[in-house]
Design a protein around this ligand. Structure first.
Ligand SMILES: [Cu+2]
Length: 129
């Protein structure tokens, strides 16, 4: 039996590639808007932000503690009906459709209640710390 042997010539090509890495991706560090010039806490929940969930015609939490000043509140409507997030002093009246989530910016200096315009039984309190 004679099998033809294939000779593979391995060319060892030493390629010295001088790669010029043009790392010109210098993007600005995200400039986050700071509504009020207070001392910044680096931490979990950003100062000036909070979250409310609406589940089964109930605001959760019912009492939300926020700092005086500007606060971004992320509101998630987990229900299948529309709601509103309305401050009792009517400075904020935001519709939150079923399944939707929105963010409202509130400006409070003292404790104020909130409610849903559609469902009078839905109430809560924004407590200013
Ligand atoms: Cu409602």
């Amino acid at each position: 039996m004679h099998d033809p042997r294939t000779r593979s010539i391995a060319l060892a090509a030493a390629v010295l590639a001088l790669t010029l890495v043009a790392a010109g991706c210098s993007s600005d560090p995200s400039d986050e808007p700071s509504p009020v010039a207070t001392d910044t806490e680096s931490g979990d929940l950003a100062p000036g932000s909070a979250a409310i969930n609406i589940v089964d015609l109930t605001f959760e939490p019912t009492t939300l503690t926020v700092a005086s000043g500007s606060t971004d509140i992320a509101i998630t409507n987990a229900d299948t009906v529309d709601h509103t997030f309305t401050l009792d002093d009517d400075t904020v009246d935001a519709a939150v459709s079923a399944g939707q989530n929105i963010t409202v910016t509130i400006e409070v200096s003292e404790t104020v209640g909130f409610h849903c315009e559609i469902h009078p039984t839905m109430t809560g309190t924004l407590q200013v710390a």
